[in-house]
Design a protein around this ligand. Structure first.
Ligand SMILES: Nc1ncnc2c1ncn2[C@@H]1O[C@H](COP(=O)(O)OP(=O)(O)OP(=O)(O)O)[C@@H](O)[C@H]1O
Length: 266
């Protein structure tokens, strides 16, 4: 269960114009700007739900996932996940969650994938039997086979993403946070990853929160959609609620989302 109430997050960023003179001025006087990444965000996600978290670039999606994962602390507001505050009880919290950041890696770059998994086993204190069972299942379902012997840096993006997803599931987390998990994947890999996530939800009742710019991910994986723009939650509804915004009868999901972004001016 994920309960977020009135959450705010700001970032302070230094600003200066280009040029030598401006650089010298900045040595004595730094100008900064406050960015409101999240403003008064509230939502509730029940166990076993699959929720798409969508919005344009810079809307606040990754900041939310980072707070839910315990990596970032909000300025104020509450967030309780399975009875815990993520950033305060990180060690226990991370045992409940699996996280995939499509643009980052949790695998050690120069060692074979299996060595990264062994390290994760120690970090998450996964009992040997659970680890062996999960590894066998994930290797089969995600066709990891030979990949396990290969260092992460020698894998293609799609191969590495399959290994990343397995890494995030080795400790049987109840909740999965996926930040653009299909970015850069070919059609076959995308379908495989989507099917795998759907199965994971069906078989283990895993709660899934997914951010993506690929609307086919949303169609395939989300029963419910949260729309965020400029740090504000604008819509919380089903896929059919999104359809109310379709500009024409035969509009694609991409066209509907683009209309939605225009309607909300985000
Ligand atoms: N560490 C940081 N320092 C300063 N500003 C940040 C930081 N992280 C995020 N921001 C700002 O907060 C806002 C929200 O960023 P966030 O990464 O959450 O957006 P997003 O919805 O995930 O975007 P995208 O779809 O492009 O990945 C943006 O304006 C971004 O520039």
């Amino acid at each position: 269960m994920i309960q977020v109430e009135h959450m705010n997050k700001t970032f302070k960023v230094a600003r200066r114009s280009a040029g030598f003179l401006e650089a010298m001025k900045a040595l004595f006087h730094r100008e900064s700007e406050t960015i409101h990444a999240l403003s008064d965000i509230s939502f509730f996600i029940g166990d076993g739900e699959m929720v798409g978290y969508i919005g344009p670039n810079g809307a606040g999606k990754s900041s939310t996932i980072k707070i839910l994962s315990g990596i970032l602390t909000p300025d104020n507001g509450t967030c309780i996940i399975n009875g815990r505050i993520p950033w305060k009880e990180r060690k226990e919290h991370v045992k409940d969650i699996g996280v995939v950041f499509g643009q980052r890696t949790q695998l050690w770059w120069d060692v074979p994938i299996i060595d990264s998994y062994e390290l994760l086993k120690d970090i998450y204190e996964i009992p040997t039997q659970t680890y062996e069972e999960n590894l066998t299942e994930l290797t089969k379902l995600l066709s990891l086979g030979e990949l396990l012997k290969t260092p992460a840096r020698q894998l293609s993006l799609g191969q590495r993403m399959r290994c990343e997803i397995a890494a995030s599931l080795l400790h049987s987390p109840k909740i999965l946070f996926l930040d653009e998990p299909t970015i850069g994947l070919d059609a076959v890999s995308k379908l495989a990853v989507r099917e795998f996530i759907r199965n994971q939800n069906k078989r283990h009742n895993t709660t899934v929160l997914i951010t993506t710019h690929d609307m086919q991910d949303i169609e395939a994986l989300a029963d419910r959609v949260l729309l965020i723009g400029k740090g504000t939650l604008l819509l919380d509804g089903s896929l059919s609620d999104l359809m109310n915004h379709r500009p024409k009868e035969d509009a694609t999901l991409d066209e509907i989302i683009a209309t939605l972004y225009r309607d909300y001016d985000i």
